[in-house]
Design a protein around this ligand. Structure first.
Ligand SMILES: [Zn+2]
Length: 435
């Protein structure tokens, strides 16, 4: 700043002080009382944040002590959450064998970050060709697998229930092992696998509302950086409304193979191998109960049980509401989720038309949807246009939004995961299962 600038500021300050003194004098306020007033103001301005800060420290200490105690009480159950794919897979396999399951590993051509093999691991208990079956699956959305994997480990450790004749329990670990290993939602070809279960010939790109605007916002073909995402996203929310936008974004797309929620051009290797296995083994199935665990949508730490809303499933949905309770929510535009084509349940409906199918996506809520989309967008840019290392901040942020490092959230996952498994087993194998 030049000398003239400094002089002008000095004159302005002097003028302001003179004016203030004149005003104080005309109001009859002297210097002593002014000092007291100013002290009060400073005390309020500094004191309130200090008090809030102190209260927060006390609160945090209390919470951590409480969590530490309940962590001890829960027998270190939070250790059920693995920190990486290899560890999760190793202990799933070991526990499945110990519990008496037969292990089927479906290998993929893609590799993990350290060049490790990637497999979808299936633990099979009971009849190899069952009439009643309960399938519990995790990790269709890669990075979301840690919650489902923890629930499966918890169940395997406790031991499997004894099964009636012609019955089976099937645990499917990491339906998208690439995504789990690389900490992303999508697979080795950037495909969202819960949009990929379609028949050959059903992969034609369809027009989508506001596609150009949504695509420009979500999928810039560059490494991650600051670009006013929240501001631009907030403007779109104001313009189109949250439900329409959520459907337009999350419903899946077949127009940009590098974009978020891409449904693929053909069935991917993992889903295809998994479908072949199920078609072969469940050929005699009369009753299929399936729970597919997801994370991300809904209120933090609370789960919803999402079911297909087609008219022909009204009766099945009624039964599921009786068994699973009020958390059953049909997939529709105005719920926490959105209608999706090519979802995993379509594979069951298509492959086993004679069986009674009860398919539930157990969805554990985490953070605000905008934060999640922002994390997905940044990670996608890093993985496709950056160096794709899994220690990058975008990978860590994605892991946090789909697998919060929060004891309360994790306890809720384990508790509700177990409850829903019990209910599902009752529905699959209980006395009322003839209806
Ligand atoms: Zn998911």
């Amino acid at each position: 700043m030049g000398q003239i600038g400094c002089t002008l500021i000095a004159i302005a300050v002097a003028a302001a002080v003179t004016a203030l003194l004149y005003v104080l004098d005309s109001l009859g306020i002297n210097w002593d009382s002014l000092v007291i007033y100013v002290s009060y103001v400073i005390a309020v301005i500094v004191g309130i944040p200090l008090l809030i800060g102190f209260a927060r420290v006390v609160w945090d200490v209390w919470i951590s002590l409480r969590d530490k105690n309940s962590y001890k009480r829960s027998g270190n159950r939070l250790g059920h959450f693995s920190t990486n794919y290899e560890w999760a897979k190793g202990r799933f396999r070991q526990a499945a064998r110990r519990a008496g399951g037969r292990l089927i590993s479906l290998g993929l051509a893609a590799k993990g970050p350290k060049g490790e093999d990637l497999t979808i691991d299936v633990a099979w208990f009971g009849s190899p060709k069952p009439r009643q079956v309960f399938v519990h699956s995790s990790g269709l959305h890669g990075v979301e697998a840690f919650a489902g994997s923890a629930i499966q480990w918890q169940w395997l450790k406790k031991g499997m229930p004894s099964l009636p004749e012609h019955s089976a329990i099937v645990l499917v670990h990491a339906l998208n092992p690439y995504g789990m290993a690389w900490r992303r939602r999508f697979n080795e070809n950037n495909v969202d696998l819960n949009r990929n279960f379609r028949e050959a010939g059903d992969f034609i790109p369809e027009e989508l509302p506001y596609w150009d605007t949504v695509n420009a916002l979500l999928n810039p073909p560059t490494p991650p950086g600051r670009d006013r995402f929240y501001l631009r996203a907030a403007w779109l929310v104001l313009r189109y409304g949250m439900p329409s936008l959520r459907q337009a974004i999350g419903g899946g797309q077949r127009l940009n193979p590098s974009g978020l929620f891409f449904g693929g051009n053909a069935m991917e290797e993992g889903p295809s191998k998994f479908q072949d296995l199920m078609k072969e083994r469940l050929v005699d199935a009369e009753r299929i109960v399936a729970i597919d665990v997801h994370t991300g949508l809904g209120r933090f730490g609370t789960d919803r049980l999402l079911v297909d809303s087609a008219a022909e499933r009204t009766e099945v949905n009624r039964t599921m509401r009786e068994v699973f309770g009020e958390r059953i929510e049909p997939l529709a535009k105005h719920g926490i989720a959105y209608a999706v084509r090519g979802a995993q349940q379509d594979m069951y409906f298509r492959s086993f038309p004679r069986a009674k199918i009860h398919f539930v996506s157990q969805e554990f809520g985490t953070y605000n949807p905008l934060r999640i989309v922002e994390a997905l967008r940044a990670e996608n840019r890093w993985h496709l246009y950056g160096k794709r290392g899994i220690r990058h901040y975008t990978k860590k942020a994605l892991l946090e939004v789909f697998n919060p490092n929060d004891p309360k959230w994790r306890r809720s996952v384990l508790k509700r995961g177990e409850e829903v498994i019990q209910q599902a087993c009752a529905l699959a194998f209980g006395p009322g299962n003839a209806k």
